[in-house]
Design a protein around this ligand. Sequence first.
Ligand SMILES: NC(=O)c1ccc[n+]([C@@H]2O[C@H](COP(=O)([O-])OP(=O)(O)OC[C@H]3O[C@@H](n4cnc5c(N)ncnc54)[C@H](OP(=O)(O)O)[C@@H]3O)[C@@H](O)[C@H]2O)c1
Length: 219
Amino acid sequence: MKPYVILNSAMTLDGKIATKTGSSEISGPEDLLRVHRLRKELDSIMVGINTVLEDDPRLTVHKVPSEKSDNPLRVVTDSRARTPLNSRVINEEASTLVAVTEKASPQKLQALKGVGENVDVVITGKYQVDLSLLMNELAQKGVRTLMLEGGSTLNYSMLETGLVDEVRVCLAPMIAGGVNAKTLAGGEGVAYMKDAFKLKLKKSYNLGEDLILEYTVIK
Ligand SMILES: NC(=O)c1ccc[n+]([C@@H]2O[C@H](COP(=O)([O-])OP(=O)(O)OC[C@H]3O[C@@H](n4cnc5c(N)ncnc54)[C@H](OP(=O)(O)O)[C@@H]3O)[C@@H](O)[C@H]2O)c1
């Protein structure tokens, strides 16, 4: 059992989701509204811990009219429970589930659990968060849809584990370059193109200066 997963990302023409310094303001204003409308439609939204540490995102619906109840459940993959206690992803605006592993220190776990009723901590996996188990756990909590919002490492792991159903990309008319700048999917990468994750384009349209591409992942 697992939620339906939409990987949503903004990237430059050369596939970068951030610059070498981590700057990631890529979407135009119209795309930001699209992302917030999508957040409002879905049950949950997930990011990796590096995105929390670098961007300190709120992961709420705040650019379109909304109620507190419109906010999706925020999920962070954070093996070592490094989520800072003052980070916005665990503020009171919405509920948050921090997925950690057995290697998280008891002190850090305790501190996270003490943040408040809106923060839930689940232990899944030994060294890295077991994404299949996590998806199963989310489904059991009633989560039917999940928006995967990066970053690069988590996107790759989710694709590799076969957990992504759709990919939606905002392609901005920019080229960032930089061998160390993060791309849509990082991780280890496949060795041969025949092993690349295959997609089928189902929709494309212009949005302001950007191009939106929507794909189904072929399984
Ligand atoms: N343009 C966009 O749409 C967009 C969206 C989001 C992020 N970004 C950018 O992406 C960058 C961050 O990407 P990133 O690749 O460095 O990090 P990331 O994907 O945000 O986080 C990866 C981390 O998550 C943790 N993790 C736990 N279990 C995992 C698993 N099973 N698979 C993968 N990761 C797991 C790992 O750290 P631990 O081992 O410590 O747990 C891992 O290093 C930032 O610069 C951000 O601005 C851009």
